[in-house]
Design a binder for this molecule. Structure first.
Ligand SMILES: *Cc1c(COP(=O)(O)O)cnc(C)c1O
Length: 387
């Protein structure tokens, strides 16, 4: 019988060793040994599936990859040292000089920089399209376009993109459709069901969920993942066995953690909607969210990130940020500790006001990654900081 998500997250683990350990062990080994010359020859010729060297594969990485493949409904995957290593290696493995990609305008900052500042060095072009403008996305597709790249929900604006419509568009033009699913996690959203060919995660966020390890993973179609694997085993962005071991254990509690993140986030969002010092609140599962129906269709719950606007602009936003006492002032998200950012005065302060506006960042906008502290303590800290 097909088992449920929560059960697989716990029970999908590597086979036991001679010690019959209950919890999967850690294989801190850079290489593996061979019986004899014939064994070594056959292993290198890939006539047998086995571990050779931890840059290629390692039991802890394999366990993690198998688990995430099962969670996402994917055929195959590779685990990377960070989310950005996954993004870079995936694009670099699949695109050639002269190719072009289309990407949604609202994507993670480092991914945006990679596409605009580095890929042009290898003559790989790009066009960004406004996230809700399918016609513009289609116009951006040219004869050399090979790949479409999106994230949903977006950061920091928590907008929701129509994955099914974008998937159909990608299919129509024979593009590889890549979705960064890090804001949702496979527990809330499975992009492959909406037409994604590949799904990328920063394991650093909800997957680890406790702010300990950097990790990244790409899963999806076996033919594409074979190219990503061949590129990665040579270029060396592999995840360390230790971080894979930590992350695989983290995934055992993904469902229960994400449920609580989402409960806390929705309750906080509803509370902020009634607060006199707050101009607006954005959260995918609030009825007031512009893509509420879409979020309900493609996500199980709204995720851990709430955005809202403090009345009074930049200065009021900064005052709020500086008055926070319990929550962390940090740039990460998806952590058990709630995290606050005020993009206009911090992460996005170097941008011109017009550039911030184009990125959907308003002066008083605050982003909260709602953690697992007791809801009443989270709300109390935010309320006192709002004054
Ligand atoms: C953090 C993040 C990344 C990059 O992941 P790292 O593990 O920090 O390299 C990519 N995409 C999104 C949406 C992220 O939030």
């Amino acid at each position: 019988m097909k088992k449920k998500f929560e059960t697989n997250a716990i029970r999908n683990q590597m086979g036991r060793t001679e010690h019959l350990e209950h919890s999967a062990p850690l294989f801190l080994t850079s290489s593996f040994v061979f019986e004899n010359a014939e064994d070594m020859r056959a292993s290198f010729a890939e006539e047998k599936e086995r571990n050779i060297y931890s840059r290629y594969s390692n039991p802890n990485c394999t366990e993690l990859i198998d688990k995430v493949c099962q969670m996402e409904g994917a055929e195959s995957g590779f685990a990377f040292a960070s989310g950005m290593a996954a993004v870079f290696s995936t694009m670099a493995a699949l695109l050639n000089s002269g190719d072009h990609m289309v990407a949604a305008q609202s994507i993670f900052g480092s991914t945006h920089s990679l596409i605009t500042n580095f890929f042009p060095k290898w003559s790989i072009g790009h066009t960004f399209f406004p996230i809700h403008d399918l016609a513009a996305a289609e116009r951006a597709i040219g004869p050399n376009t090979k790949l479409m790249y999106v994230e949903s929900p977006t950061n920091p604006g928590v907008d929701v993109l129509d994955l099914e419509a974008l998937g159909k568009l990608a299919k129509k033009h024979n593009l590889i459709f890549v979705v960064d699913n890090c804001f949702a996690s496979p527990y809330l959203q499975r992009p492959i069901e909406f037409g994604a060919d590949l799904v990328i995660h920063s394991g650093t966020k909800l997957m680890d969920g406790q702010g300990r390890v950097l990790a990244g993973i790409t899963v999806g179609r076996a033919d594409l993942m074979d190219k990503v694997y061949r590129f990665s085993r040579i270029t060396g962005p592999a995840l360390s066995p230790f971080n894979a071991w930590v992350l695989s254990k983290s995934l055992e509690t993904l469902a229960i953690r994400v449920d609580r993140h989402c409960d806390n986030a929705l309750a906080l969002a509803k509370h902020l909607e009634t607060h006199p010092r707050v101009a607006w609140v954005k959260y995918p599962f609030l009825k007031s969210h512009p893509q509420y129906a879409l979020a309900k269709k493609q996500m199980k719950a709204g995720g851990c990130v709430v955005a809202f606007e403090v009345k009074g602009g930049l200065e009021a936003g900064k005052r709020f940020f500086d008055a926070i006492a319990l929550l962390s002032l940090s740039a990460n998200l998806g952590d058990s500790r709630s995290i606050v950012t005020h993009p206009a005065s911090t992460t996005h302060s170097k941008l011109l006001p017009e550039e911030r506006a184009a990125a959907g960042i308003t002066d008083g906008m605050v982003r909260i990654s709602v953690g697992l502290e007791h809801l009443s303590d989270i709300i109390a800290d935010i309320d006192q900081a709002l004054g």
